[in-house]
Design a protein around this ligand. Structure first.
Ligand SMILES: *Cc1c(COP(=O)(O)O)cnc(C)c1O
Length: 468
């Protein structure tokens, strides 16, 4: 019979109803308060997935350093290991072993001296890794200062860094009550000014941070020059300072592409390095790493023994429980790509960045600050001599119409009048995507030049995009 079904029978057929025919689909979903009743898993899946439908397409997001592609095998492996708790090294000793192998591979990649014992750990990302690097510097400084009889009440400890710092360093200084001594960047010095940096150092300095890949522009601090200055300084004083390298983006790129550049543990005063596995380590977020060249630079107070998960295990990360699957994803990539694989991927990424920079130069409108040769980051401003009605914010808007997310933002203090645009080229941004982008880019320029478009008032437009 085709009609007259009783309610009871209808219920039975409920599970074969098309998802968009279900009751749950006909209602506004629970948003800020738990719903009364459960929903079918397949329906819940669809509902949540659809909630996320109008987010930008991650692959077209040129603003982020974070990976937006991994191989199917890696994704499967990570999905299958989501339940593993990275902190629980007794329950998951093989996972802990994979973490150790990753630390060893990074130590090797960064030339940790063989004669001494390096230490390192995975973290959620570079932010946690920087926090640990900074804390180790603070504790080492304090132990040393106490020994030397320095009055610790007179002033706060300080950290020296260029104004191109990523926000995690500001957090570090606020959380741990440290004065941030910021060496200003200028047009002449778009990275740490090595002619001035030592003026900021005093007996209360816990350390200096060198950045391998300034987030704003992709430029590198001259770590070798910094090392030479620190060496000279340390020869003359007992209040020694050391360098932490924030290699969030560069530390997993430069070793493959420019192995001659000396920025790592080959430099005596570089005592710790962090990186984001989810940037050029090619893993989905969140995974980071921090290593110390010698365990002497990681004060014992920062190593905790945990016994309540079974065996006795040292831990030094800030976070406790989290999924180990990104660690496993990192190990997969190391195993799968090897040195040559990483080199080949990064080299191609770099060539795409150089192509983009050249195309942008060809328009004659832009001054390119970073052309993709050190990191595959392209960053430019409108030339001062160019008279146009539109701004980089409007250009970003037009590109967004084609799905491209391209940030436009001011440089940090002292350079804040300069508005730049930045592309972070990643492994999943191939040459043909780049050609397509340039087509859209040139069309956007033409549109801005020719169409009757109402522009925002000058200064009204906020920062667009995500600076990380
Ligand atoms: C991205 C970035 C960070 C923060 O890293 P997360 O992994 O996102 O926590 C820190 N420093 C620099 C230089 C960065 O580029």
């Amino acid at each position: 019979m085709l009609y007259g079904k009783k309610d009871q029978e209808r219920k039975k057929s409920y599970v074969i109803e098309p998802i968009f025919g279900t009751k749950a689909e006909s209602q506004d979903i629970p948003k800020y308060k738990l719903g009364e009743n459960p929903v079918e898993p397949s329906v819940a899946y669809r509902l949540v997935k659809d909630e996320l439908l109008d987010e930008g397409n991650a692959r077209q997001n040129l603003a982020t350093f974070c990976q937006t592609y991994m191989e199917d095998e890696a994704t499967l492996l990570m999905a299958e290991t989501l339940e593993k708790n990275a902190i629980d090294k007794s329950e998951y000793p093989r996972t802990a072993e994979l973490e150790n192998r990753c630390v060893s591979m990074l130590a090797d990649l960064w030339h940790a001296p063989e004669a001494i014992e390096y230490v390192g750990t995975s973290t959620v990302g570079s932010s946690e890794a920087c926090m640990l690097g900074g804390l180790a510097m603070k504790f080492r400084w304090r132990n040393n200062a106490e020994k030397l009889g320095l009055d610790l009440q007179v002033q706060k400890p300080n950290l020296v860094i260029s104004s191109g710092y990523q926000v995690c360093w500001e957090k570090f200084c606020v959380y741990w009550d440290i004065e941030m001594r910021v060496v200003p960047m200028s047009v002449a010095h778009m990275s740490i000014d090595v002619t001035k940096v030592m003026d900021y150092v005093d007996p209360y300095t816990i350390g200096i941070v060198g950045i391998l890949g300034i987030t704003y522009t992709g430029k590198f601090d001259d770590i070798a020059a910094l090392d030479a200055l620190v060496e000279e300084h340390n020869r003359q004083t007992d209040y020694k300072v050391y360098i932490h390298v924030d290699g969030a983006s560069g530390a997993m790129f430069v070793p493959f592409i420019d192995p001659e550049l000396v920025w790592d543990f080959r430099l005596k005063n570089v005592v710790s390095i962090n990186t984001s596995g989810h940037k050029y380590g090619l893993v989905y977020p969140g995974i980071g790493w921090v290593l110390w060249r010698d365990k002497a630079y990681l004060p014992e107070e920062l190593i905790f023994e945990v016994s309540y998960l079974g065996g006795k295990m040292p831990t030094m990360a800030i976070n406790f429980s989290r999924s180990a699957s990104p660690i496993i994803g990192q190990y997969y990539n190391f195993l799968r790509f090897g040195f040559e694989g990483y080199r080949a991927i990064h080299e191609r990424t770099k060539q795409v960045a150089i192509f983009l920079a050249n195309e942008i130069k060809k328009t004659g409108l832009f001054e390119v600050y970073n052309d993709g040769r050190n990191l595959p980051i392209v960053c430019y401003r409108l030339k001062e001599s160019v008279e146009v009605e539109w701004t980089l914010y409007e250009l970003a808007d037009r590109l967004q119409m084609k799905g491209w997310q391209v940030p436009a933002y001011p440089l940090p203090p002292d350079l804040q009048t300069i508005i730049i645009q930045r592309y972070v080229v990643r492994a999943d941004f191939g040459q043909s995507m780049a050609e397509e982008f340039i087509e859209d880019f040139n069309a956007a320029l033409k549109e801005l030049e020719q169409a009757r478009i109402l522009f925002h008032d000058k200064g009204e437009h906020g920062v667009q995009g995500f600076i990380h």
